[in-house]
Design a protein around this ligand. Structure first.
Ligand SMILES: *[C@@H]1O[C@H](CO)[C@@H](O)[C@H](O)[C@H]1NC(C)=O
Length: 141
């Protein structure tokens, strides 16, 4: 009985969801455009777990159709902060700051270092010699 009522209810919902007229579509788009242009928020969060290398930061601000923000996390050998913005033209990374943790990764004779982060687990990296800057390759298979 319950199944029948549920199916009948779903069918009724589909039957009564008539398509919008072009004018209603236009009104809906206009309403959405106004909502988008007046949207505003701002938030941040911060987990300061320096003991377990689990520091996480995030902040974001929206003003109309433009969103800007940043997030920070640890790779186990480097602390990254990524700054971004998003608008009508999509999402873009503006800047990325990296700061080595402690002495940085300790490479063996093969140029490989084993690293570990509380969020990312244990893995190995290799120095990418093709890059001008110090750049590490994650060599998990
Ligand atoms: C409003 O913004 C959303 C994304 O936040 C977008 O998908 C949508 O197309 C926008 N609507 C209008 C009418 O600009």
């Amino acid at each position: 009985m319950f199944k029948f009522v549920l199916v009948a209810g779903l069918l009724a919902t589909v039957a009564f969801a008539a398509p919008l007229t072009p004018e209603e579509e236009e009104d809906k788009r206009e309403m959405e455009r106004i909502q988008n242009e007046s949207a505003q928020y701002s938030f941040d969060s911060n987990i300061d777990d320096g003991i377990n290398d689990g520091t996480l930061r995030r902040e974001e601000t929206r003003d109309g159709t433009k969103v800007t923000g940043s997030y920070s996390y640890s790779d186990g050998y480097v602390h990254r902060t990524v700054f971004y913005e998003a608008d009508e033209n999509g999402y873009r990374v503006i800047k990325e700051d990296t700061k080595e943790i402690g002495e940085g990764p300790q490479f063996n004779a093969d140029g490989q270092a084993d690293v570990e982060g509380s969020l990312i687990g244990k893995y190995s990296i290799k120095l990418d010699k093709d890059m001008e800057d110090k750049h590490y390759k994650d060599i998990r298979s």
